[in-house]
Design a protein around this ligand. Structure first.
Ligand code: HEM
Length: 485
């Protein structure tokens, strides 16, 4: 076989070469040059159990988080909050304000320690903010501001709870064992993991996070198929076209399985509990009724910069669905610019390889909430020199049975993604739109007026319009079938 072409993804440099490593970090996450911290066995989830506790020097943070969990802090906006609950959360917030400002310089010894630090500090910050009485100004005290902003800068993540803090790096093995009797590492699977940290301690919340975690693990099959297809596209002969056709068919099956797994969230997570008790804890600055989040103590470290936007954690920050979209060339439609305002009526035209349609603000925003290696992985996928959609279109244009077959297989995969989004809309209707309506029905006319604006996603989007737009435009990526003369 010929030598790999210099653009082949196996020859691409590791992401830190592209992005530059965070200062002082020894990066232990990548195993090989082509590894974007996407593991062949666990995909975007790490193969090892994420760290469960920070080293002793940062024990005060762990203890404050432990005490938030043990005292079952309640949302400050909860109706009928008792004096006892109010006092408990005020006492807990005082302990946060009294924390020493711990140095983060030694945290940079490893990526997994930094990840745990981001997780712990972000969870403390969300407990702090969302347990405040609704009318209080939101001021994040220096013992959280300073280390959280420093750790976030190292990880190139925003200083807020992200999908990686509540799903990717928030799991543990159910039986606590990380190796088998022969000392081999045990891999996370759909059935052997549970969550580490929860806001409410409910099974509903655990099942909500685990639904995404299990889908990430299932997604490994999709990533594997994508890799095979990229390799076949490199070879590019007739056999390769037949193989890509078969892989596309298999990909549709995986996407259908992901849809089934998404719907299974209903088995373990009650929509009412999700909407009233769980979801408010994730909110970002853009969904806290216009209250600005003030990070106090910025002057203590002149290198710190205040964040410009802070959206709440959402599975929209998962790289998996975005990777499928990008790989199939669907993102040029589903996330073409303007989708959050109005669905565009004119689908984009086919672009030559390497040229990209302008991406939506949403997609760009969500990518900045992903771990930097995964962000780099998506960038590399987007720069694939042999986009699958172009290969399919060329084969279909040249006609013949192989052309017909690959076109059909491609369109079936796009249709599966569209159906995934149909299911996602059903879930959003059940978990957000329905409970929001029921809450409005039970409100006074003044409250109704305040709540009558467009429903916002945790990511701050006008969610119904936005999600319908993405779903409808996914369909536009279906390639036309030439009629027989
Ligand atoms: C109860 C479960 C879920 C609810 C209520 C829900 C809700 C939402 C909402 C409101 C958005 C709008 C964007 C935002 O404001 O953040 C969104 C976007 C999104 N969600 Fe979910 N979601 C759920 C589960 C999932 C799961 C498990 C996945 C896949 C791992 C997923 C994948 C996505 C994607 C990819 C987007 C971006 C829009 C798109 O590309 O279609 N969601 N979700």
């Amino acid at each position: 076989m010929d030598a790999l072409d210099s653009n082949h993804f196996l020859l691409l440099p590791r992401p830190d070469v592209v992005n530059g490593p965070p200062a002082g970090v020894v990066d232990t996450t990548t195993l090989a040059a082509h590894d974007f911290d996407v593991d062949t066995r666990t995909g975007f989830m790490p193969p090892q159990q994420p760290l469960r506790r920070l080293p002793a020097d940062w024990e005060p943070w762990e203890q404050v988080l432990d005490s938030a969990l043990a005292s079952r802090l309640q949302l400050g906006c909860k109706a009928g909050l008792t004096e006892f609950e109010k006092n408990t959360s005020e006492r807990w917030r005082a302990t946060v304000r009294e924390l020493p400002i711990l140095s983060t310089s030694d945290l940079t010894q490893s990526e997994s320690v930094l990840r745990r630090a981001h997780l712990v500090l972000a969870w403390i910050m969300h407990f702090y903010i969302h347990s405040l009485p609704p009318s209080s100004p939101i001021r994040i005290p220096p013992p959280i501001t300073v280390p959280l902003l420093q750790v976030s800068a190292h990880l190139q993540l925003p200083p807020i709870l992200t999908y990686s803090d509540d799903v990717l790096y928030n799991w543990k093995f159910i039986d606590g064992k990380e190796t088998d009797d022969d000392g081999n590492a045990i891999m996370p699977t759909i059935s052997n993991i549970d969550t580490q940290v929860l806001f409410t301690g409910t099974r509903d919340e655990a099942e909500f996070f685990l639904t995404s975690a299990r889908m990430e693990l299932k997604g490994v099959e999709a990533l594997d198929l994508m890799q095979h297809m990229m390799d076949e596209a490199f070879v590019g002969d007739d056999i390769a076209v037949r193989r890509i056709t078969e892989y596309l068919r298999e990909l549709s099956v995986v996407i259908n399985d992901l849809s089934v797994m998404l719907m299974k969230v209903k088995e373990g997570c009650s929509p009412q509990v999700f909407y009233n008790d769980i979801r408010p804890w994730f909110r970002g600055e853009d969904s806290t009724s216009g209250s600005k989040w003030e990070f106090e103590g910025m002057e203590l470290d002149p290198s710190l910069t205040a964040p410009t936007e802070l959206s709440g954690a959402s599975a929209g920050q998962s790289s998996l669905i975005h990777a499928l979209d990008i790989f199939l060339g669907v993102d040029q439609f589903s996330h073409s610019r303007g989708e959050s305002d109005e669905p565009s009526s004119s689908p984009p035209t086919m672009l030559p390889p390497g040229q990209q349609q302008p991406k939506s603000a949403f997609l760009k925003r969500m990518q900045s909430y992903m771990p930097r290696h995964h962000r780099a992985f998506l960038t590399h996928l987007a720069n694939n020199p042999r986009p699958i959609r172009n290969i399919v279109a060329l084969q279909a244009r040249d006609g013949g049975e192989a052309g017909k077959q690959i076109l059909q297989a491609y369109n079936t995969a796009v249709q599966a993604l569209k159906e995934f989004r149909d299911k996602h809309m059903i879930i959003v209707a059940l978990y957000i739109i329905g409970p929001a309506r029921r809450n409005v029905l039970g409100q006074t006319s003044r409250e109704k007026k305040e709540d009558s604006g467009a429903l916002k996603g945790t990511g701050g989007t006008d969610l119904v319009k936005f999600l319908k737009g993405v779903r409808d435009k996914t369909k536009d990526a279906i390639l036309p079938v030439e009629r027989e003369p």
